[in-house]
Design a binder for this molecule. Structure first.
Ligand SMILES: Nc1ncnc2c1ncn2[C@@H]1O[C@H](COP(=O)(O)OP(=O)(O)OP(=O)(O)O)[C@@H](O)[C@H]1O
Length: 251
């Protein structure tokens, strides 16, 4: 297995609080690796350091064999470290298909003053339609974003990220705010990405985590207390202890 993203002794301190406490972990190419932990465990702080929104106090982040610890967020995206909910938000008055085309064109490095000119760009539309064709959103391609449901927007944000052809996708709570049917559809969409893109998934929804993750790391008070597969994590007394009061979450 090849490690694509790893941290070495990562530490993030906020005043007196150590939110990331000597975290060393490895994300293997092709896997879906979930990061779980109780509220306040430091999951978002870790993700923010990986995508470059926060600088670590100590330690190193390696991506595709290179040290990216101090690289700006956009430079990480350009190297293939993608994430959802990034700065580029959806264009509410444009259709799903137009939003996708903008994302595809942005990856191709072309001008973002766009849609009229893009009528001439067959390659942009071809790739857009390929991406949409493999998604449940394909049937909503001509709907404007403002008319999409919350779950459909989340799916579109994911697809927009994929248009950047990331090597690794950092997903921060993709199930948040979704109803049961929408969550199930998102799980299916993410299952379809297995083997195509490496995913680090931060998620509170344990059904989704256990349905998707090849590996799971458990973060508690800023430290990774265990990494293993779903069975190992579910069977761990230490992990159950960490979720005390929420044990049902781990069923
Ligand atoms: N900018 C900040 N300044 C000070 N403290 C912070 C900052 N960001 C996060 N923290 C603290 O760091 C700790 C970890 O927070 P973080 O949001 O990373 O946890 P989390 O695991 O993502 O929580 P949740 O599951 O509730 O989203 C918390 O105690 C939080 O209050």
């Amino acid at each position: 297995m090849t490690t694509i993203l790893e941290t070495h002794g990562l530490v993030k301190r906020f005043a007196g609080l150590t939110a990331t406490d000597n975290v060393s972990f490895a994300l293997e190419e092709g896997q879906i690796h979930a990061l779980i932990g109780p509220n306040g465990a430091g999951k978002s702080t870790l993700i923010h350091q990986l995508c470059g929104n926060l600088l670590p106090t100590e330690g190193r982040i390696m991506f595709a064999g290179q040290d990216v610890t101090r690289l700006a967020p956009a430079a990480r995206v350009a190297r293939g470290l993608g994430r959802t909910f990034q700065v580029t938000s959806l264009l509410g008055e444009f259709t799903v298909r137009q939003n996708m085309a903008v994302a595809v064109q942005a990856r191709m490095g072309r001008n973002l003053r766009i849609l009229d000119r893009m009528n001439a760009r067959r390659d942009v539309w071809d790739e857009t339609d390929d991406l949409l064709g493999g998604s449940p959103l394909g049937r909503r391609a001509d709907i404007v974003v403002d008319d999409l449901s919350h779950g459909e927007r989340k799916q579109l944000e994911l697809l927009v990220s994929l248009a950047g052809r990331p090597k690794v996708l950092l997903l921060d709570e993709p199930m948040a705010g979704l109803g049961h049917a929408e969550s199930q559809e998102m799980i299916d969409v993410l299952k379809g990405l297995r083997g195509k893109v490496t995913i680090l998934l931060v998620e509170h929804d344990m059904d989704a985590v256990f349905a998707l993750a090849d590996r799971i790391s458990v973060l508690v008070y800023g430290r990774i207390i265990m990494t293993g597969n779903a069975e190992e994590i579910a069977a761990s007394a230490e992990v159950r202890e960490a979720y005390l009061g929420n044990e049902d979450e781990l069923c």
